[in-house]
Design a protein around this ligand. Structure first.
Ligand code: PLP
Length: 425
């Protein structure tokens, strides 16, 4: 079983490459991904028949390409994600199921693309069944079920239970099966994703609920999906889930159902953050260190326009310091609040849920040093915005000891593309 890594507050390199060199080549703020970490995480899950990456966690084309080469397939939750997956080389051959559209609604654009490319659909709302069924009778679909309970590290990441907008409510499954039948749709898969931070106790409840639902669907079932939500430790008191036990619980469920149905079921897993979070680093330069009353602030050139998780969920990320000149490990530790450049008082990387600002004990930072926000590879760049007319950061992939640019830093032209000033009158 994987043990929680120790998070050091001192870091001068990423995967053997010096942070100062990365910054002088690519500038700041800079997202850096370590391909070897992604590869390792994919290998961790090799017991499952299929790893379906929830690309919303990090959908850079290069990342998707590398995952595809390792045999990973993808989810798409929007028309844009369908197009991304295609651009990264995933096949739309309907027999391969490399891209599945999985969402709680079809917007018009997504429905058009799904129909055009005959993509498989995982329906998260009863309405989707009629919408796909009336246009593509006879198709195979899978259903995402809300089992009536959930689990997440915050209200905003809990994806099961009555408060959640996701999935088909478990009490409506019977009606959905009737509707699917009415359109001649075949339900070939079931899916449950109850949020991130899954623990094994919740998991056996999920497996039980999956089994019950699967027996309702019956022998048309070919696949069950364990959903996503494999936790990643962001703090030293958090742990990984025991993957062997996790697999064993799902495997037993799959096998029991297989025996009942008389054919083997495929077992999918659908991780997002597990594959990409720990591979990612956001590097920013310290531009001001100032005392404010009793607080010490270090303000850096990345803000919540680059990384929104702390502001959105009070998410905790490990943070380390890299000295502009020399090693920082001999510097005294200070309690410091790390903030960004935005004209918004919530632009703070060290905060708890609810917006309470916290300080972090770090080696004393000085202007010109670099701060690295770690475990930033999932829900990092993909949530970046142009707020305050900031251009989005560059992204770099480290692979085989080389740093490769995988997304150019945005320019002012990118920022105003599509805007126009109409004539007066
Ligand atoms: C977001 C999402 C996931 C992945 O969640 P993680 O917590 O990143 O593993 C998996 N499945 C679906 C349907 C999702 O929406």
């Amino acid at each position: 079983m994987l043990t929680t890594p120790t998070f050091s507050t001192v870091r001068s390199e990423i995967s053997g490459l010096c942070i100062k060199d990365l910054v002088s080549e690519f500038g700041t703020p800079l997202y850096v991904y370590d391909q070897s970490v992604i590869d390792k995480r994919i290998d961790d899950l090799s017991a499952f028949d299929r790893i379906r990456y929830a690309q919303k966690a990090n959908s850079n084309l290069a990342i998707l390409d590398r995952m595809r080469r390792k045999g990973v397939v993808v989810d798409a939750v929007s028309a844009g994600e369908i197009r991304r997956a295609m651009a990264a080389g995933f096949s739309t051959d309907p027999t391969k199921h490399e891209i599945i559209y999985t969402a709680d609604i079809f917007d018009h654009e997504a429905l058009k693309l799904v129909l055009e490319h005959h993509l498989p659909v995982n329906c998260g709302s009863p309405d989707m069944i009629g919408q796909i069924g009336s246009q593509r009778p006879g198709a195979e679909i899978t259903l995402r079920i809300n089992p009536g309970f959930g689990h997440g590290h915050s209200q905003k990441t809990n994806t099961g239970g009555e408060q959640s907008k996701h999935g088909i409510w478990h009490e409506q499954v019977d009606q959905c099966l009737i509707d699917a039948d009415h359109h001649g749709l075949m339900v070939s898969g079931l899916h449950m994703h109850i949020g991130s931070g899954t623990d094994l106790e919740h998991l056996s409840a999920v497996c039980e609920s999956m089994e019950k639902t699967a027996l309702k669907v019956g022998r048309t079932l070919r696949t069950i999906s364990a959903g996503g939500g494999l936790p990643v430790p962001y703090k030293s008191d958090e742990t990984y889930v025991d993957l062997d036990q996790y697999f064993a619980l799902w495997d037993a469920t799959r096998n029991r159902l297989g025996e009942t149905f008389g054919h083997r079921l495929d077992l999918e897993i659908e991780p997002g953050r597990y594959l990409s979070a720990e591979a990612g680093f956001l590097i920013a330069e310290v531009r001001s260190v100032k005392k404010v009353g009793k607080n010490l602030f270090a303000l850096v050139d990345a803000g919540f326009n680059d990384m929104a998780r702390p502001v959105m969920y009070g998410a905790h990320h490990p943070i380390s310091v890299c000295g502009a000149k020399g090693d920082v490990s001999s510097r005294e530790s200070v309690d410091v609040i790390i903030g960004g450049p935005l004209c918004e008082s919530g632009d703070i990387f060290t905060q708890r849920e609810g917006g309470f600002v916290e300080s972090r004990s770090l080696p004393m930072p000085f202007v010109g040093d670099f701060i690295t926000i770690e475990n930033a590879g999932a829900y990092g760049f993909v949530m970046a915005s142009n707020y305050n007319s900031k251009t989005r950061a560059a992204e770099v992939l480290i692979e085989n000891g080389k740093a490769k640019l995988i997304r150019q830093r945005e320019t002012f032209d990118d920022l105003i593309r599509g805007e126009q000033i109409p004539e007066i009158g």
